[in-house]
Design a protein around this ligand. Structure first.
Ligand code: HEM
Length: 470
């Protein structure tokens, strides 16, 4: 899909760092592409961006509705921004400023520097291995509950809208991990609101005008949704602060968490914002991934056979625990390949504070950098037949042959995803449990599913599969 005129491996590019006088200027798109981009971004955002990479190479200056950005599409370039020179890059960019009224300084959109570092120090321990091990029980319990309900509600061979089902499951898992039993039935209503909010914000990013603060019908609805979410989170936190009961969930961990360096914890307002950020970061991403997982397994019977063989031999009919996850190696390869093809958090941005050099190109200070993981994960120099689903790409031997930053569904460096282990555990457990119970088949008329790039990468129209009991 995307060609790569400016090829190179990480080490080569580091060694060949040009002297400041020989730095090249980042290529600009033609006027025709700039004008065409306005409409193309609205109708076929990913197609347009891929075309720009094909035409200009792995680094190109794009302009959409007057917003200038330098788009990168090379593992080394990503590594430079996210890892090697990460101190130079923050999130003071159009993308995060636009969603500031939603994220409000929580971890995801926090500009960076010491305020972000402090928050991350406080929150990181709540996402360590022993904590994720505890959440794994929620993942397996909730998946069991869903499968028992499917048993009652569907006949073997029925076609199921798995996007809806798995969206509800992902929401229940994140809520139960955060709030234990305190959620009640409000989760499903909130999930529907999330879908709606995603459509509104997704449309905004395709055509970012008027700003979200301008009261169009959609933007007013978005505000209403934010207020409802805020009310819900405030209720749960207030109830918890007033209660003497002992709880063992993420909310309790975050309420008690303190910064090792200062000995202080979060204010109730910060806590509120971080809870919202965790819901936003943790629900949409996993919900879409798990729907794509089922879709891809259903499309590839030979992969499904091997998946069944693995879950049968590793689990022998019992529900998976956290300790089983590393033994489900093929299941994990399917998860990795799915996160490559349909990488949920498919785009992000950074701003260069000082001038930098990337791959011999001059990056002027204050440049907005656009990072698109969807095109990176299909870069033909690193992924032969990039559009083909092939879990074998994730054998240890294959992984070792690629630059590390050719595959970064959870980003990389200090601002990588705090929920990475949570998510990988969740996806592995859900896929294994579905495979234990069902054989998935995609009905003829549901085989071709287009991507819908919203905040996360959605399957347009949802995934529908025929579920045969095994
Ligand atoms: C398949 C699932 C997931 C994917 C693909 C994913 C991907 C990402 C990516 C790419 C980033 C970096 C964004 C950027 O640099 O702009 C990120 C950040 C973040 N994610 Fe995830 N995520 C997933 C699941 C989760 C889960 C389950 C949680 C929480 C339970 C979570 C919470 C967060 C938070 C709070 C951040 C901000 C971290 C920081 O800046 O310090 N994510 N995620």
């Amino acid at each position: 899909m995307t060609s790569n005129p400016s090829k190179g491996t990480g080490t080569l590019i580091q060694e060949r760092r040009a002297s400041p006088t020989t730095l090249r200027r980042v290529p600009d798109t033609s006027l025709r592409d700039q004008l065409g981009g306005v409409f193309a971004m609205r109708n076929d955002q990913v197609g347009f961006l891929s075309r720009m990479i094909d035409t200009y190479g792995d680094i190109v200056r794009i302009r959409v509705l007057g917003i200038k950005m330098i788009m990168l599409n090379n593992p080394d370039y990503f590594e430079r921004v996210l890892v090697r020179n990460h101190e130079n890059y923050d999130k003071n960019t159009f993308l995060f400023r636009a969603v500031e009224p939603i994220l409000r300084g929580g971890l995801i959109g926090n500009v960076g520097g010491e305020p972000w570092r402090r928050q991350r120090r406080i929150m990181q321990p709540s996402f360590h291995r022993p904590q994720v091990a505890g959440f794994a029980q929620n993942m397996s319990d909730e998946t069991s509950r869903m499968l028992r309900r499917w048993d009652r509600e569907y006949k073997s061979g029925d076609v199921v809208n798995v996007s809806t089902e798995l969206g509800q499951l992902a929401m229940r898992i994140v809520f139960r991990s955060l709030f234990g039993a305190d959620v009640g039935s409000r989760g499903d209503a909130i999930e529907e609101m999330f879908l709606e909010a995603n459509q509104i914000v997704g449309a905004f990013f395709r055509f970012p005008f008027p700003p979200l603060s301008f009261p169009t019908k959609g933007h007013r609805r978005l505000n209403e949704i934010i207020r409802t979410m805020d009310g819900f989170i405030s209720d749960v936190i207030r109830k918890r602060l007033d209660s003497d009961e002992e709880h063992h969930d993420l909310l309790t961990a975050l309420m008690n968490a303190v910064d090792d360096e200062t000995g202080t914890g979060m204010t109730p307002l910060q806590l509120h914002r971080e809870v919202l950020n965790i819901i936003i970061g943790g629900y949409e991403t996993t919900s879409n991934s798990v729907a794509w997982l089922v879709y891809l397994v259903g499309q590839h019977p030979e992969v499904q056979e091997r998946l069944h063989a693995e879950v049968d031999s590793v689990l022998g009919g019992r529900a998976p625990t956290f300790d089983d996850v590393p033994r489900l190696t093929y299941t994990r390869m399917i998860v990795d390949e799915t996160l490559r093809l349909y990488t949920p958090a498919w785009q992000t941005m950074r701003r260069a504070n000082e001038e930098d050099e990337i791959g011999g190109y001059r990056i002027p200070a204050k440049s907005d950098i656009y990072l698109n993981m969807f095109t990176l994960h299909r870069h033909p120099d690193f992924w032969p037949s990039p559009d083909t689903f092939d879990p074998e790409r994730f054998t240890p031997g294959q992984i070792a042959r690629r630059p590390r930053h050719a595959y970064i569904p959870f980003a990389s460096g200090p601002r990588n995803c705090i929920g990475k282990h949570f998510a990988l555990t969740e996806l592995t457990i859900i896929l294994a449990m579905i495979a234990q119970a069902y054989r998935v088949e995609i009905p003829e008329d549901r085989r071709s599913v287009e991507i819908e790039p919203l905040i996360t990468m959605h399957p347009k129209g949802g995934i529908h599969t025929r579920m045969e009991r095994r």
